[in-house]
Design a protein around this ligand. Structure first.
Ligand code: COA
Length: 345
């Protein structure tokens, strides 16, 4: 196995899922749909929805605290907080608010909006920066990558095509120097030409009375930004893009390391939990047995956007020591990306 001069990886992961469960039976009472249709088309049985006192900030902070605890790192050792989020439509950035909640009073913090791939984009930027600082300045540091979304805030609860798909949640990882395993390569991509297939309707100004409601007042009235999606057209691009990202990240690693890894060397894939049919189509397209692909999250939590991959990590803690794994995501923009990493042995 090739060895890098430095190893950067995960020291601890965490997540937060609201306790409030929205089942398919609940949705049957809200729109014209059925448990059978939802399960057959998406694999989703239930999803978590934020309740009183919960917000993207509270979820992100809770996930970050759990990741820090597992890593055995204190918040004030963190010098970079990056939050992948699509549902924090106000200032200051969510990352700076998390930084404040955790009592971190120095370092840097910023948000990344890249649809459901936003967590991967966070890890990619942290990894590139850490590599550069370590190699050029000899500086070692710790960072937090967080993926969080409260899609229930912007879901159109009258649109049966989209409202059955989404849920809320947060996941986080502490990234820093590791003894074994670690990140081997990352890749990101965006295809803006598909922007009109999946987007949030425009907004002007946040409501002052209840910012969590995501209601925006314009000169001519009030609008609520809502998700718009042409699901049937999104589906094939999602599958193609995720398959391509997995191949790209392996090729990138091979170029950097001189190794000749192939898909056969990948022991497990954690894909964005968009829906079960997308996950299965990616597995089938790459000839990967479904047992090697994480797909349990979507059943219990639906598509929780930027949070779905780090939420999946928590369910996989301690499994497959030393295994070579890929995380892959796709979402609005159409932004996609992948992380190739080795589990600690
Ligand atoms: N319950 C019952 N019927 C529904 C329904 C629901 N929740 N949503 C749509 N339908 C109906 C449609 O009205 C349509 O009826 P019609 O044939 O009488 O016109 C029929 O089911 C088929 O609709 P269609 O949209 O073509 O279904 P589909 O097989 O494409 O499945 C999705 C819909 C959204 C599940 C599927 O397109 C999909 O998974 N797309 C990708 C979405 C995604 O994951 N996006 C996020 C990427 S990060």
């Amino acid at each position: 196995m090739q060895s890098y001069p430095i190893q950067i990886g995960y020291l601890g992961v965490g997540r937060y899922l609201p306790p409030n469960i929205l089942t398919n039976a609940h949705l049957e009472r809200m729109v014209e749909t059925s448990d059978e249709w939802i399960v057959q088309r998406t694999g989703i049985h239930e999803r978590r929805i934020m309740g009183e006192g919960e917000s993207v900030l509270s979820m992100a902070t809770a996930a970050a605290r759990e990741a820090l605890d597992r890593a055995g790192i204190s918040a004030n050792q963190i010098t970079d907080v990056r939050v992948g989020v699509n549902t924090h439509l106000r200032w200051p950035s969510l990352a700076t608010m998390v930084q404040n909640e955790l009592g971190i009073d120095d370092g840097t913090a910023s948000d990344i909006s890249a649809g459901c791939s936003a967590y991967i984009f966070c890890v990619d930027s942290i990894y590139q920066k850490m590599m550069t600082e370590w190699l050029l300045e000899g500086k070692k540091s710790y960072a937090l990558a967080i993926g969080v979304d409260g899609l229930s805030l912007i879901t159109d609860w009258t649109d049966r095509q989209t409202c059955v798909l989404f849920g809320d949640g947060a996941g986080a990882a502490v990234i820093g120097p590791v003894e074994s395993g670690g990140i081997l390569a990352t890749t990101t991509r965006a295809q803006g030409k598909y922007g009109d297939l999946l987007y949030l309707t425009p907004y002007i100004k946040p409501s002052l009375d209840d910012p969590e409601k995501m209601t925006f007042h314009t000169r001519t009235g009030t609008i609520e930004p809502l998700i718009y999606m042409e699901g049937r057209k999104v589906f094939p691009v999602a599958v193609r893009s995720m398959m391509a990202e997995i191949k790209t990240v392996i090729e990138k690693h091979n170029r950097i390391s001189g190794e000749s890894l192939t898909l056969d060397d990948i022991e497990y894939v954690i894909p964005h939990q968009a829906n079960h049919r997308i996950v299965s189509a990616v597995a089938e397209g790459l000839k990967l047995p479904l047992e090697q692909v994480y797909s349990e999250g979507v059943v219990k939590y639906g598509n929780n956007s930027a949070a779905s991959i780090p939420i999946g990590y928590v369910e996989n803690i301690g499994k497959r020591p030393g295994a070579l794994e890929v995380d892959v995501a796709f979402g609005a923009g159409f932004a996609s990306g992948a992380i190739l990493r080795r589990n600690p042995s």
